[in-house]
Design a protein around this ligand. Structure first.
Ligand code: NDP
Length: 336
């Protein structure tokens, strides 16, 4: 089978590409950057005949995937803007996220398309209600939806964090609406991961170009003070998330479902700081001391990651392994 992965030269998408290649699939990566595509290919010489890249335009345009679907059997749509340094939230985050989803679904539904399934990277941002203070006994499941309205998401008074959450919610909704209204030949699976951390396998020219979620984790290693506060207490290792995407593609019963891939282990940046100080001598001086060391994080509410473990057969890394593998990689390469 031939699988199209969008966002293939980004943090999560590149891990999805590698997971598919390791299983023997042929992969077409979609990217805005021919250079990054060539770098990814050059770094995987053993897969020259199994990996190609197609350059697509920015999602500010529509119809960008029409030419990339030929001979494709399934799609993993990872690409979506994820950054907070915006000047116009609707133009830079919300509309491109929705356009990207509409472009990939309509291209995949065109006559002659052979696409059987689309796996969509949504986010826990489209699940969580950040304004509710649920009791510790409450557990978010894939049937929960963020109540954020479009009006609030695009309100110029809303922060880019709120707008990003809206971009994920309304992009995912656009996908479910498309499937319901157009009844295409493919089915849809949506994954709603919380914070994603772990080693990088995509081209990162310098530490300033780390993806948003890893950049926050790295700031701890780099000595940020005060430590960041986790907006949600849940996370997943990027390698486990890639596995969840591919399992979602290959598990017939997953069709039409929404999942939350999330480690059952709570995290905090204080816990990350402890892990770094424990594992690396250099971190004992670089990581700030102005936090309460030795305090294990606790979940202020539950997040159901068990369904993914059970139905998609995904095992979760420990936070300790994820932090150590990532920090070691950044430290050992020319990134920092
Ligand atoms: P990256 O920034 O590394 O990847 C984002 C990818 O999306 C890039 O490949 C980028 O393409 C593509 N992209 C972004 N904006 C546009 C645009 N306007 N037009 C076309 N392509 C675009 O971040 P992640 O890998 O972390 O994010 C991937 C997905 O995972 C996103 O959908 C994000 O919302 C979701 N997610 C991430 C979480 C995290 O903690 N990292 C948590 C939950 C969900 P290019 O390579 O061409 O620049």
């Amino acid at each position: 089978s031939h699988i199209l992965v969008t966002g293939s030269t980004g943090f999560i998408g590149a891990h999805v590409v590698d997971n598919l290649l390791a299983r023997g699939f042929s992969v077409r990566g979609a990217t805005r950057s021919a250079t990054k595509g060539a770098q990814m290919k050059a770094a995987r010489p053993q897969y020259t005949s199994k990996l190609d890249f197609v350059v697509v335009e920015d999602f500010t345009k529509t119809g960008v995937f029409d030419a990339s679907i030929e001979s494709i059997d399934a799609v993993i749509h990872v690409a979506s803007p994820f950054f907070y340094d915006t000047t116009d939230n609707e133009q830079e985050l919300i509309l491109p996220a929705i356009n990207g989803v509409q472009s990939i679904l309509s291209a995949s539904a065109k006559p002659g398309s052979n696409v059987q399934r689309i796996v969509l990277t949504s986010s826990f941002a489209s699940v969580v209600d950040v304004d509710s203070n649920p009791p510790p006994s409450f557990t978010y499941t894939a049937s929960d939806w963020n109540p954020l309205t479009y009006e609030t998401a695009i309100d110029p008074k809303s922060t880019s964090v709120v707008a990003y959450r809206g971009s994920k919610k309304f992009a995912e909704l656009a996908a479910w609406d498309f499937v319901e209204n157009e009844k295409p030949q493919f089915d849809l699976v949506a994954l709603c991961p919380p914070m994603v951390f772990g080693p990088v396998v995509h081209p990162v020219p310098s530490i300033e170009h780390l993806n948003e979620s890893n950049a926050v984790l790295w700031s701890v290693a780099a000595g940020v003070d005060p430590l960041p506060v986790a907006r949600v207490p849940a996370w997943i290792d990027v390698r486990d998330l890639a596995e969840a995407h591919v399992q979602a593609l290959l598990t017939p019963e997953a069709g039409g479902k929404r999942f939350i891939p999330a480690s059952p282990e709570p995290f905090s940046y204080g816990y990350a700081a402890d892990i770094m100080k424990d594992a690396f001598d250099w971190a004992k001086t670089s990581v700030t001391s102005s936090y309460k060391a030795g305090e294990k994080p606790h979940m202020s509410y539950g997040v159901d990651g068990e369904t993914v473990a059970r139905e998609l057969k995904v095992k979760y890394h420990s936070f300790q392994d994820t932090v150590v593998d990532f920090v070691k990689q950044v430290k050992d390469t020319t990134l920092s």
